[in-house]
Design a protein around this ligand. Structure first.
Ligand code: MLT
Length: 270
């Protein structure tokens, strides 16, 4: 793990990296950290320069107070790439909230992207009921702390089969979430509640895009990925079997294999 000071963004960002070649930037979701991407840091380092930062307020990145928004996260990622001297195009892979950030990134910085990988995510904004649930989660976090959020999210993040059969993975997921600060959780909840509808963005996406929904995702139904695929010209969809919301962690073999094939076939303008 390395820490990079981003003075123009007002915080220091921690990240892990492995391999060399085409930059493959992994963006975690809520309430998670870069440690989500351990199976990709080890499993894809022979085909790409794997980069996995902690978003502001998460993991070993500085716990700056919110409110956060998706444009802010996207600007943080650009500052991160700039600070590393990475000006060549990157492939961005976002999981769930990381996908919401990927849409914001595309809207402002499409020229920096060679491809998009969207996993366990959706394009639509929060409906009124979901917005209310964000406020209730924020209240829970303020009253009872990060642990209460961790325990409320755990049964939803993993598939029923993973929850039942993989106690080590359940514990690993709990540990990853426990490293998110209260500021990070509150910041994410506002960012997700206020995020715009990205549906209009989909028709504008003109780069290779791969969708990787989890077959047993309890948070985001498969139909959301199918709707995204129908709207992004030429995009590909591969369902990750034996997986809930944390596709890359629950079935790293299928997830990494899909990414390898995507990278092998990737054609883009430098
Ligand atoms: C995530 O995994 O990033 C969140 O569960 C997404 C959401 O709550 O909308």
């Amino acid at each position: 793990m390395t820490t990079l000071n981003l003075p123009q963004r007002g915080f220091s960002m921690a990240y892990s990296e492995a391999g060399k070649g085409l930059p493959l930037l992994f963006v975690h979701g809520y309430p998670l950290t870069r440690q989500l991407w351990e199976p990709q840091l080890t499993g894809l380092a022979d085909v790409a320069h794997v980069l996995a930062p902690d978003l502001r307020g998460h993991g070993a990145s500085q716990a700056v107070p919110g409110p956060y928004n998706m444009d802010m996260f996207a600007a943080d990622l650009v500052a991160f790439l700039d600070a590393l001297g990475i000006y060549q195009k990157v492939v961005l892979c976002g999981l769930s909230m990381g996908g919401y950030i990927a849409f914001a990134f595309y809207r402002k910085y499409a020229a920096r992207l060679a491809g998009l990988i969207l996993t366990a995510t959706r394009a639509v904004a929060d409906m009124p009921q979901a917005r209310l649930a964000r406020d209730q989660s924020a209240e829970l976090a303020r009253q009872q702390g990060v642990t209460a959020i961790v325990e409320s999210m755990l049964p939803k993040l993993l598939s029923p089969a993973t929850l039942q059969n993989c106690p080590d993975l359940v514990e690993q997921t709990r540990q990853i979430m426990a490293a998110v600060s209260l500021q990070g959780i509150l910041g994410d909840l506002v960012a997700m509640k206020e995020r715009p509808d990205s549906t209009p963005t989909l028709a504008q996406i003109r780069i290779p895009t791969l969708l990787l929904p989890g077959a047993s995702d309890q948070i985001i139904p498969l139909a959301e990925a199918q709707a995204i695929q129908a709207a992004i010209q030429g995009s590909l969809l591969e369902v990750i079997p034996d997986s809930g919301h944390l596709t890359n962690l629950e079935n790293p073999a299928a997830f990494n294999a899909a990414i390898r094939t995507f990278l092998q076939n990737l054609r883009y303008e430098e």
